[in-house]
Design a protein around this ligand. Sequence first.
Ligand SMILES: [Zn+2]
Ligand SMILES: [Zn+2]
Length: 361
Amino acid sequence: MGKKTQPPLLLLLFLSGLVHCSATFVFWTANVEISFVNSYNETEEKYCECGLYGRNSLRTRAFGIVTLPVGDPKGCGPDPVYNRNETSPPWIALVKRGNCTFGEKINAAKRLGAAAVVVYNVDGSGNSTTHMAHSDADEIVAIMIGNTQGMEIVRLVKNGIDVQMIISEGMAHGPWMDTYWLYFLSIAFFIVTAASIAYFVFISANRLYNMSMSKRNEKRLKSEAKKAIKRLQVRTLKRGDEETSSDSSMCAVCIESYKVGDVVTVLTCDHIFHKTCIEPWLLERRTCPMCKCDILKALGVEDDRKESFSAESPPDVTVITVTGDALYEVPLTDPGSLDPERQQHRYDNRAFEEDSEAARG
Ligand SMILES: [Zn+2]
Ligand SMILES: [Zn+2]
């Protein structure tokens, strides 16, 4: 049973892993729109879907005047200075990545009333961004933009230009949005399903095969045991026999003392039991209950069986022979019918009688 539960469990683990991975890989881009008055006194607008919402960021729209921290552009420390506060018009903190955690930068600006925090990447990283993790700083819009975009805005602000920024939600990106990933998932799913089915088929076939083999083996052993039983000596106990005169002598199967007239079977190891007690035992176990002596081995029935196997191979064909006045069906392939010992024990042995009756139909 333990084995049977493995494939569904693996499948479940695989799928939950997949869901977990998918949740980790999913991210949202942010549209970043800036507007400012240029040196020609014209309002210039720039737009790009170049921001990336942090993992713990609110994914809502935010707008305000871009504000840099005074001094350290990275906005670290417990009290970075921004020339704005909660009562100022909406403002967005623009800080550089590094020196402290994203959470620290975001929380510092949030405390001073920033509408959003934009972190730009380190020098030399071009337009690349990373998916910020800031579990200690949520409930605020926090995005990352590339170093190039960040530095461009920093230059404008440092030149005393008021830069208005609007952040809005862009597209959701996840593993499933990728065609290759979709192919990979389909193939992986197909492989896992096919492997599970193949495993089940293999296990079931194997189990069925083992069951049929053990049934066949059991049947064979039973028939061998019947043959062996037929060859065992059967006695009827008489007055004066050692077994009836001694109180300590008893049948180990039924734990009863022997009485005159009891029919007993003598095993190859010379142990004696009631015939009616030992025969069912031997059919099931084929060994002496007292000394575990194997009667099949002792009587060489296994070897007989192997020798006669080829003779038994053809399918049973019955012919009708006339013996006296009665009609009997005699299996042609029954080697027992030619066995002289079988005839000898015919009336001594119940197992054999059952056999004969069965053969006669
Ligand atoms: Zn008994
Ligand atoms: Zn014995």
